[in-house]
Design a protein around this ligand. Structure first.
Ligand SMILES: Cc1cn([C@H]2C[C@H](O)[C@@H](COP(=O)(O)OP(=O)(O)OP(=O)(O)O)O2)c(=O)[nH]c1=O
Length: 192
């Protein structure tokens, strides 16, 4: 890590990297391997917070506590069902048909591990989609955009044209809530 880095980001997501770079804290990316599997008795809110905490704590162990470690997780929730990244086209079709013409919740949890322990913050946003046709869903899949995104869409990309309403945090939907992350960094990290 560079001598001036204030923290590690335990994430492979390019969106999280770009969003964190907007805040005034130099950071280094760390790779962690955390299994993403919801437990039968786990609520969506508990699940997303556990994953963010697991990513952050895995990073904290990997860097042997050298610097604070930020981890995050984003899930899409519709009628209590967690819709993660689509496995294949059929899964993306099913997910996007559920979202079509409806309002869903995007939950993003951010966790920061430091010598003071691990603090987790949960941000919920409501996103409404206009109705989508099967042809639109097929064309959208072919762009490649849905494949690596929770809920099979990216609000920051082509998927933005499906969104008729957003209530909450745009940056949280993309993967890292800027306001809440900045407050965590102010609490636990030095600027350089
Ligand atoms: C809903 C939505 C999700 N997403 C992305 C954010 C996350 O990168 C991804 C959800 O998957 P995550 O498992 O939260 O994150 P990740 O696997 O991409 O990265 P890492 O675990 O290494 O931090 O979906 C968008 O980019 N735009 C959107 O509108």
């Amino acid at each position: 890590m560079s001598a001036s880095a204030a923290l590690y980001l335990a994430s492979a997501s390019p969106r999280r990297r770009e969003l964190l770079a907007l805040l005034d804290y130099p950071f280094t990316v760390l790779s962690v391997d955390v299994e993403e599997q919801q437990q039968p008795d786990e609520t969506p809110a508990d699940y997303v917070q556990r994953l963010a905490r697991d990513k952050s704590q895995a990073g904290w162990l990997a860097c042997r506590g050298q610097k604070p470690v930020l981890g995050a997780d984003t899930i899409v929730v519709f009628e209590q069902e967690v819709l993660e990244k689509p496995r294949d086209f059929a899964d993306a079709q099913r997910i996007l048909q559920l979202l079509s013409g409806n309002t869903h919740t995007v939950m993003t949890a951010v966790a920061l591990s430091s010598e003071q322990g691990c603090e987790v913050v949960l941000v919920n946003s409501q996103v409404t989609f206009r109705k989508l046709t099967p042809e639109e869903i097929s064309r959208y899949w072919q762009t490649g955009e849905p494949a690596d995104k929770a809920g099979a869409y990216g609000i920051q990309g082509i998927g933005g044209k499906f969104v008729s309403h957003l209530s909450g945090s745009y940056s949280a939907v993309v993967g890292l809530p800027l306001l809440e992350t900045d407050l965590l960094l102010q609490k636990y990290c030095r600027h350089s």
